[in-house]
Design a protein around this ligand. Structure first.
Ligand code: SF4
Ligand code: SF4
Length: 229
Protein backbone atom coordinates (compact mmCIF):
# COMPACT_ATOMS: atom_id res chain seq x y z
CA UNK A 1 0.00 0.00 0.00
CA UNK A 2 1.30 3.46 -0.92
CA UNK A 3 2.16 5.48 2.24
CA UNK A 4 0.06 8.66 2.77
CA UNK A 5 2.01 11.80 1.96
CA UNK A 6 1.84 15.47 2.99
CA UNK A 7 0.04 16.63 6.14
CA UNK A 8 -1.97 13.39 6.36
CA UNK A 9 1.18 11.32 6.46
CA UNK A 10 2.69 13.62 9.08
CA UNK A 11 -0.33 13.27 11.39
CA UNK A 12 -0.80 9.51 10.95
CA UNK A 13 1.49 8.48 13.90
CA UNK A 14 -0.29 10.98 16.16
CA UNK A 15 -3.62 9.42 15.15
CA UNK A 16 -2.29 5.95 16.12
CA UNK A 17 -1.03 7.19 19.48
CA UNK A 18 -4.39 8.92 19.97
CA UNK A 19 -6.10 5.55 19.97
CA UNK A 20 -3.61 4.27 22.54
CA UNK A 21 -3.96 7.33 24.72
CA UNK A 22 -7.75 7.31 24.69
CA UNK A 23 -7.74 3.65 25.85
CA UNK A 24 -5.22 4.24 28.64
CA UNK A 25 -7.85 6.02 30.73
CA UNK A 26 -10.66 3.48 30.28
CA UNK A 27 -11.40 0.93 33.04
CA UNK A 28 -9.36 -2.29 32.75
CA UNK A 29 -11.46 -5.18 31.44
CA UNK A 30 -8.74 -7.83 31.31
CA UNK A 31 -9.51 -10.76 33.66
CA UNK A 32 -6.47 -12.11 35.48
CA UNK A 33 -7.61 -15.72 35.16
CA UNK A 34 -6.59 -18.16 36.64
CA UNK A 35 -5.02 -16.17 39.50
CA UNK A 36 -8.29 -14.27 39.94
CA UNK A 37 -11.46 -16.21 39.26
CA UNK A 38 -14.51 -14.26 38.19
CA UNK A 39 -17.76 -15.90 39.39
CA UNK A 40 -19.92 -17.21 36.55
CA UNK A 41 -23.45 -15.90 36.05
CA UNK A 42 -26.03 -17.66 38.28
CA UNK A 43 -27.59 -19.57 35.36
CA UNK A 44 -24.26 -20.60 33.80
CA UNK A 45 -24.25 -24.22 32.61
CA UNK A 46 -21.22 -25.81 34.27
CA UNK A 47 -20.38 -29.18 35.73
CA UNK A 48 -23.32 -31.46 36.55
CA UNK A 49 -24.35 -32.50 40.03
CA UNK A 50 -26.42 -35.45 41.27
CA UNK A 51 -28.53 -34.18 44.15
CA UNK A 52 -29.84 -35.72 47.35
CA UNK A 53 -33.01 -35.45 49.39
CA UNK A 54 -32.92 -33.82 52.83
CA UNK A 55 -32.55 -37.19 54.56
CA UNK A 56 -29.50 -38.06 52.44
CA UNK A 57 -31.12 -40.46 49.95
CA UNK A 58 -30.12 -39.93 46.33
CA UNK A 59 -32.60 -38.34 43.94
CA UNK A 60 -31.44 -40.31 40.89
CA UNK A 61 -33.67 -43.29 40.12
CA UNK A 62 -31.58 -44.62 37.24
CA UNK A 63 -34.33 -44.04 34.66
CA UNK A 64 -31.86 -43.06 31.88
CA UNK A 65 -34.06 -40.24 30.58
CA UNK A 66 -31.10 -37.86 30.78
CA UNK A 67 -29.01 -40.23 28.66
CA UNK A 68 -31.78 -40.51 26.04
CA UNK A 69 -32.19 -36.72 25.93
CA UNK A 70 -28.49 -36.03 25.42
CA UNK A 71 -27.72 -35.04 21.82
CA UNK A 72 -24.03 -35.77 22.26
CA UNK A 73 -24.42 -39.26 23.75
CA UNK A 74 -22.33 -38.09 26.70
CA UNK A 75 -24.24 -39.81 29.53
CA UNK A 76 -24.21 -43.47 30.48
CA UNK A 77 -26.54 -44.76 33.21
CA UNK A 78 -27.19 -48.19 34.64
CA UNK A 79 -30.04 -48.51 37.13
CA UNK A 80 -30.31 -51.17 39.83
CA UNK A 81 -32.96 -52.30 42.30
CA UNK A 82 -33.04 -50.84 45.78
CA UNK A 83 -33.09 -53.57 48.41
CA UNK A 84 -33.87 -53.41 52.16
CA UNK A 85 -30.13 -53.59 52.87
CA UNK A 86 -29.15 -51.14 50.15
CA UNK A 87 -31.83 -48.44 49.78
CA UNK A 88 -30.07 -45.57 48.03
CA UNK A 89 -33.02 -43.61 46.63
CA UNK A 90 -36.78 -43.49 47.30
CA UNK A 91 -38.74 -46.07 45.31
CA UNK A 92 -37.64 -49.16 43.44
CA UNK A 93 -34.53 -48.14 41.52
CA UNK A 94 -31.37 -46.08 41.90
CA UNK A 95 -28.57 -45.06 39.60
CA UNK A 96 -25.86 -47.66 40.17
CA UNK A 97 -23.57 -46.48 37.37
CA UNK A 98 -23.60 -42.87 36.26
CA UNK A 99 -21.03 -41.40 33.91
CA UNK A 100 -20.74 -38.12 32.01
CA UNK A 101 -18.13 -37.86 29.28
CA UNK A 102 -16.94 -34.25 29.33
CA UNK A 103 -15.10 -34.72 26.06
CA UNK A 104 -18.53 -35.00 24.44
CA UNK A 105 -20.73 -32.74 26.57
CA UNK A 106 -21.70 -29.44 24.94
CA UNK A 107 -23.36 -28.11 28.12
CA UNK A 108 -26.73 -27.66 26.43
CA UNK A 109 -28.71 -28.59 29.55
CA UNK A 110 -31.18 -30.91 27.80
CA UNK A 111 -30.34 -33.67 30.28
CA UNK A 112 -31.36 -31.62 33.30
CA UNK A 113 -34.61 -30.67 31.59
CA UNK A 114 -35.38 -34.36 31.02
CA UNK A 115 -34.73 -35.47 34.60
CA UNK A 116 -38.07 -36.25 36.30
CA UNK A 117 -36.79 -35.98 39.88
CA UNK A 118 -34.49 -32.94 39.60
CA UNK A 119 -31.69 -35.31 40.51
CA UNK A 120 -29.50 -33.81 37.84
CA UNK A 121 -28.69 -30.11 37.83
CA UNK A 122 -25.76 -28.04 36.61
CA UNK A 123 -23.41 -26.07 38.83
CA UNK A 124 -21.43 -22.92 37.98
CA UNK A 125 -18.15 -24.85 38.00
CA UNK A 126 -16.31 -24.41 34.71
CA UNK A 127 -12.78 -25.70 35.36
CA UNK A 128 -13.14 -29.08 33.68
CA UNK A 129 -9.82 -29.61 31.91
CA UNK A 130 -7.87 -32.79 32.64
CA UNK A 131 -4.59 -34.45 31.73
CA UNK A 132 -6.11 -37.63 30.26
CA UNK A 133 -9.08 -38.54 28.08
CA UNK A 134 -10.15 -41.21 30.58
CA UNK A 135 -10.11 -38.66 33.38
CA UNK A 136 -12.68 -36.59 31.52
CA UNK A 137 -15.28 -39.30 32.08
CA UNK A 138 -16.73 -38.35 35.45
CA UNK A 139 -18.22 -41.13 37.56
CA UNK A 140 -21.17 -41.06 39.92
CA UNK A 141 -18.99 -40.49 42.98
CA UNK A 142 -17.43 -37.46 41.26
CA UNK A 143 -20.86 -35.98 40.46
CA UNK A 144 -22.77 -36.74 43.68
CA UNK A 145 -23.56 -33.64 45.76
CA UNK A 146 -21.75 -33.41 49.10
CA UNK A 147 -23.78 -34.23 52.19
CA UNK A 148 -25.27 -31.13 53.80
CA UNK A 149 -25.54 -30.55 57.52
CA UNK A 150 -28.23 -32.79 59.03
CA UNK A 151 -28.22 -35.36 56.22
CA UNK A 152 -27.74 -39.07 56.92
CA UNK A 153 -25.48 -40.86 54.44
CA UNK A 154 -27.19 -43.45 52.22
CA UNK A 155 -27.93 -46.30 52.10
CA UNK A 156 -30.72 -46.37 54.66
CA UNK A 157 -34.50 -46.98 54.58
CA UNK A 158 -36.96 -44.34 53.44
CA UNK A 159 -38.78 -42.26 56.04
CA UNK A 160 -41.39 -44.50 57.69
CA UNK A 161 -44.81 -44.41 56.06
CA UNK A 162 -43.68 -42.50 52.98
CA UNK A 163 -43.54 -43.36 49.30
CA UNK A 164 -41.46 -41.74 46.59
CA UNK A 165 -44.36 -39.26 46.10
CA UNK A 166 -43.75 -37.60 49.46
CA UNK A 167 -40.08 -37.28 48.58
CA UNK A 168 -40.88 -35.67 45.18
CA UNK A 169 -43.24 -33.23 46.90
CA UNK A 170 -40.48 -32.11 49.27
CA UNK A 171 -42.33 -33.37 52.34
CA UNK A 172 -39.26 -35.15 53.71
CA UNK A 173 -37.27 -32.53 55.58
CA UNK A 174 -34.56 -34.63 57.25
CA UNK A 175 -33.67 -38.04 58.66
CA UNK A 176 -35.87 -39.59 61.33
CA UNK A 177 -34.83 -41.43 64.49
CA UNK A 178 -35.80 -44.75 62.89
CA UNK A 179 -33.48 -44.09 59.96
CA UNK A 180 -30.69 -43.12 62.35
CA UNK A 181 -31.29 -46.29 64.37
CA UNK A 182 -31.00 -48.38 61.19
CA UNK A 183 -27.68 -46.75 60.27
CA UNK A 184 -26.46 -47.11 63.87
CA UNK A 185 -27.17 -50.85 63.68
CA UNK A 186 -25.55 -51.36 60.24
CA UNK A 187 -22.78 -48.73 60.23
CA UNK A 188 -22.10 -47.71 63.85
CA UNK A 189 -19.07 -45.64 62.80
CA UNK A 190 -20.98 -43.58 60.24
CA UNK A 191 -19.88 -39.93 60.71
CA UNK A 192 -23.32 -38.60 59.76
CA UNK A 193 -24.98 -40.10 62.84
CA UNK A 194 -25.83 -37.48 65.50
CA UNK A 195 -22.97 -38.81 67.69
CA UNK A 196 -20.60 -39.09 64.68
CA UNK A 197 -17.87 -36.78 63.48
CA UNK A 198 -20.24 -34.88 61.20
CA UNK A 199 -20.86 -34.37 57.51
CA UNK A 200 -17.46 -32.75 56.91
CA UNK A 201 -15.73 -36.00 57.83
CA UNK A 202 -18.22 -37.94 55.71
CA UNK A 203 -17.59 -35.67 52.73
CA UNK A 204 -13.84 -36.17 53.09
CA UNK A 205 -14.43 -39.92 52.93
CA UNK A 206 -16.64 -39.46 49.85
CA UNK A 207 -14.12 -37.24 48.08
CA UNK A 208 -11.38 -39.76 48.86
CA UNK A 209 -13.57 -42.37 47.16
CA UNK A 210 -14.01 -40.16 44.10
CA UNK A 211 -11.57 -40.85 41.32
CA UNK A 212 -9.56 -37.70 40.84
CA UNK A 213 -7.96 -36.65 37.56
CA UNK A 214 -4.53 -37.47 39.00
CA UNK A 215 -5.71 -40.92 40.03
CA UNK A 216 -7.21 -41.37 36.57
CA UNK A 217 -3.86 -40.46 34.99
CA UNK A 218 -2.18 -43.09 37.16
CA UNK A 219 -4.75 -45.72 36.20
CA UNK A 220 -4.41 -44.92 32.50
CA UNK A 221 -0.63 -45.08 32.71
CA UNK A 222 -0.89 -48.48 34.42
CA UNK A 223 -3.39 -49.71 31.80
CA UNK A 224 -1.13 -48.53 28.96
CA UNK A 225 1.79 -50.33 30.53
CA UNK A 226 -0.20 -53.55 30.73
CA UNK A 227 -1.34 -53.17 27.13
CA UNK A 228 2.21 -52.81 25.87
CA UNK A 229 3.26 -56.21 27.22
S1 SF4 B 1 -25.50 -30.80 28.93
FE1 SF4 B 1 -26.24 -31.49 26.91
S2 SF4 B 1 -24.46 -32.52 25.97
FE2 SF4 B 1 -24.00 -32.30 28.17
S3 SF4 B 1 -24.65 -34.25 29.06
FE3 SF4 B 1 -26.40 -32.82 29.22
S4 SF4 B 1 -27.65 -33.19 27.37
FE4 SF4 B 1 -25.61 -34.10 27.02
S1 SF4 C 1 -30.29 -38.14 36.58
FE1 SF4 C 1 -32.52 -37.96 36.40
S2 SF4 C 1 -32.98 -38.55 34.27
FE2 SF4 C 1 -30.90 -39.24 34.70
S3 SF4 C 1 -31.12 -41.37 35.35
FE3 SF4 C 1 -31.14 -40.11 37.21
S4 SF4 C 1 -33.31 -39.69 37.62
FE4 SF4 C 1 -33.18 -40.41 35.49
Amino acid sequence: MKPAGGVRGFLAPAGGFGVTLSNMFRPTVTEEYPSEKVPAKPRYHGRHQLNRYADGLEKCIGCELCAWACPADAIYVEGADNTPDNQRSPGERYGAVYQINYLRCIFCGLCIEACPTRALTMTNEYELAGPTRTGMIWEKQDLLAPLRSGMLAAPHPMVEGTTDTEYYRGEVTGPTEAQQAWVREHRPDDPTLPEGEGVDAANVQLSDAATTAAEMARLVAAANKQGSR
